[in-house]
Design a protein around this ligand. Structure first.
Ligand code: WT7
Length: 654
């Protein structure tokens, strides 16, 4: 295979890659045009990738008008999502591996779960749920490690028409209780412990605490995963593995409507309690499977690895539903990138001959700081494509990923999307669209991005434009509502810019029509009347060789309105000196301009992150505002102690 070629920062897949790809540039142009000019015809055809029990007669029935927002796709069709992810593959790939489970410790053997075994285990789990009274439309909360039972439980819910709500295992008992109560779940499925990075989280004990604040009717199904001792409440707690072993190995699937909910996933807004994003069955699965195939250029027989946790939408769409609907082999990893050492990702890629690897920029940046020897130790020749998700990827991380992981041969797909969107919105399709480090590039089929001027909500018609990113029309994978609160749904996404879905993100569209996501507009700061993406300043800072990571927020400034406050984590072994501080200020001045020069730089040994790696800017903004008495909930932080250090060494004491 020849290298992907680069000219002035624009990268194109090799001719060989393009020749084998599902779509090339002309194919993309044709399909995209069809998808936006006649969405009914386009999506009716794409929906044939699923097995329907009753075929639909109606395709798109959607309305983005505030006050009357309603999203329905394939509404009179019926299907079963579990049957589409498992049963229909039985004739052709029963003995193919569906899931490769890679445990936290490399000394524990990996499991290769075939589609036949997936059917049996999902069925057993479904029969256990049924035995505990779970029926169609009931909610089941999952609070589990990254273990095969998490996949069985999701698919078992889908099989019997129950609605799952996965709560990331890093969340606190309080957060879990809120989600069980808000969704009025009948059952919570948990495990004794969740091993991660050689440590264990006591999930069962967290669940016990959560259940103090829930109805005493909630059943607690416990997967004895590590086998360590836990408390046990007879009559409430259920040994899942024992009951699965005794259950029938087959469970018939039920017929559900295309618009019946498949899952609820709670996501934090910038204010208020978490929002229960609702996804339904038909449209979601069409979209998850289509994006999985085209974005990653997935081909039969490939091994696909998305490193996310099933507690996030990325895990739903690109570990479970998209890949399995496509009959793929999907890797499920219980561990972390740096355990037992910084080569773990690459060791797993080599071990399972991974073809497509999909991770987050934060992981890449943390590994970058630890040196290239960890990558070079392992044979990465199986890799064909790399993916990025979750935040804008800064060019330095992109280049490192491209050079050291992809060896200059693997296209990188920078996929922009959200919990709310179900699947990718903007991403380069690797055989069709040239990549630019840091750009999400072009819309997926059916997606009509618009850039609006936030000052007057006017649509920017010039190709080169900057503003807030909205989407002008519905697509099958989008959320339908917020659980139990359609009003809040309309308020959050359709009130601000009438007639459009508002992403909450800022973006720039360049002269080639490529989209660059600049970060949440709630993170945009205004310095002397100039609007600036905090991501832009961060990108500049991390471009400096001494900087491992940076987070930038605004803080009140007497003259400028807002000043720029930068938290900077230095590379291992670099001394935090005043002269380095000056150097960084000058660096940012020259990288972006004088307006972007940080007013305050605080050396941060660590940044407050959620366990999924998202920096908690709310906390950083408070500390920068010298208002650390009101930090709010810090219980979801991976390491709450970093906050104390930041407060103690804060730079703004005015
Ligand atoms: C927000 C959504 C759905 C993936 C996991 C995150 C940011 C996501 C990108 C990207 C720039 C990105 C946006 C978005 N984001 N992907 N490729 N480039 N920004 O899901 O927790 O719902 O967060 O993540 O700001 O609004 P999420």
């Amino acid at each position: 295979m020849t290298d992907q070629s680069s000219a002035s920062g624009v990268y194109t897949a090799s001719a060989d890659f393009i020749a084998k790809a599902h779509v090339d540039a002309a194919g993309y142009a044709r399909m995209y045009e069809a998808s936006v000019t006649d969405p009914d015809a386009f999506w009716a055809e794409q929906a044939q990738r699923l097995d329907w029990i009753t075929s639909f007669s109606k395709v798109k029935n959607t309305n983005f008008d505030y006050g009357n927002v309603s999203i329905k796709w394939f509404e009179d069709g019926t299907l079963n999502v579990s049957a589409n992810c498992i049963d229909r593959h039985m004739l052709t790939r029963a003995d193919q591996t569906a899931i490769i489970w890679e445990p936290d410790s490399p000394s524990t053997p990996a499991q290769h779960i075939t589609y036949r075994q997936l059917l049996e285990n999902t069925s057993r789990m479904a029969n256990v749920l049924k035995a505990h009274g779970v029926t169609k439309g009931d909610r089941v909360v999952l609070y589990l490690p990254m273990i095969p039972e998490a996949a069985y439980a999701m698919l078992a819910c889908a099989r019997i028409g129950a609605i799952h709500s996965v709560v990331f295992a890093g969340f606190s008992p309080d957060a879990l209780a809120n989600r069980i109560n808000d969704s009025e779940a009948k059952v919570v499925i948990t495990a004794d412990f969740a091993p991660r990075g050689g440590k264990k989280t006591a999930l069962k004990s967290n669940t016990d605490k959560a259940l103090f604040d829930c109805s005493d009717k909630v059943k607690c199904l416990v997967v004895k995963h590590t086998g360590d001792q836990t408390t046990w409440i007879d009559g409430r707690d259920v040994d899942v593995k024992a009951e699965m072993a005794a259950a029938k190995p087959y469970c018939p699937y039920v017929e559900v409507g295309a618009e019946d909910p498949l899952f609820i996933l709670y996501t934090s807004g910038s204010t208020g309690r978490p929002k229960g994003v609702v996804h339904t069955s038909g449209g979601y699965l069409v979209y998850a499977s289509l994006t999985h195939q085209y974005t990653f250029d997935y081909h039969d027989g490939d091994v696909f690895w998305c490193t996310a946790d099933v507690g996030w939408v990325t895990g739903h769409s690109y570990i479970i539903y998209g890949p399995l609907a496509n009959g793929a082999t999907t890797v499920m990893f219980e561990g972390v990138p740096t355990y037992p050492d910084a080569g773990r990702f690459w060791e797993v890629c080599a071990k399972h001959k991974v073809n497509q690897f999909y991770t987050a920029p934060t992981a890449i940046r943390s590994l970058m700081g630890l040196g290239t020897e960890w990558v070079e130790k392992h044979d990465l020749s199986s890799l064909k494509l790399l993916g990025s998700v979750g935040e804008p990827i800064n060019p330095e991380a992109w280049n490192w990923y491209n050079t050291h992981v992809g060896k200059g041969k693997c296209p990188i797909v920078d996929t922009f999307w959200q919990t709310e969107t179900g699947g990718h919105l903007i991403t380069p399709l690797p055989g069709a669209i040239a990549q630019k480090p840091g750009a999400a590039t072009k819309p997926f089929f059916g997606i009509k991005p618009v850039v609006l001027d936030p000052a007057n909500a006017e649509v920017q018609t010039n190709t080169a434009a900057e503003g807030v990113l909205c989407i002008a029309d519905a697509w099958p994978g989008m959320m339908r509502t917020l659980w139990g609160d359609h009003e809040r749904f309309q308020e959050a996404y359709f009130a601000q810019y009438r007639g459009y879905y508002f992403t909450g993100d800022g973006c720039r569209r360049d002269a080639d029509g490529d989209y660059w996501i600049t970060g949440r507009v709630d993170d945009v700061i205004n310095v002397s009347g100039h609007r600036m993406g905090t991501a832009e300043v961060e990108s500049a800072l991390v471009a400096h060789e001494a900087v491992a990571e940076a987070a930038v927020v605004g803080y009140p400034h007497d003259i400028k309105g807002q000043g720029i406050y930068a938290y900077v984590t230095l590379m291992n072994g670099i001394d935090p000196t005043d002269s380095l501080r000056k150097e960084l200020e000058a660096w940012v001045r020259t990288e972006i301009g004088p307006i972007a020069k940080p007013d305050l730089i605080q050396w941060a040994p660590g940044l407050p992150k959620t366990r999924s790696g998202k920096i908690m800017r709310r906390i950083l903004r408070k500390i920068a505002e010298n208002d650390f008495g009101a930090l709010g909930d810090t219980s979801t932080l991976a390491d709450p102690s970093v906050v104390d250090d930041l407060i103690e060494n804060r730079m703004n004491r005015g």
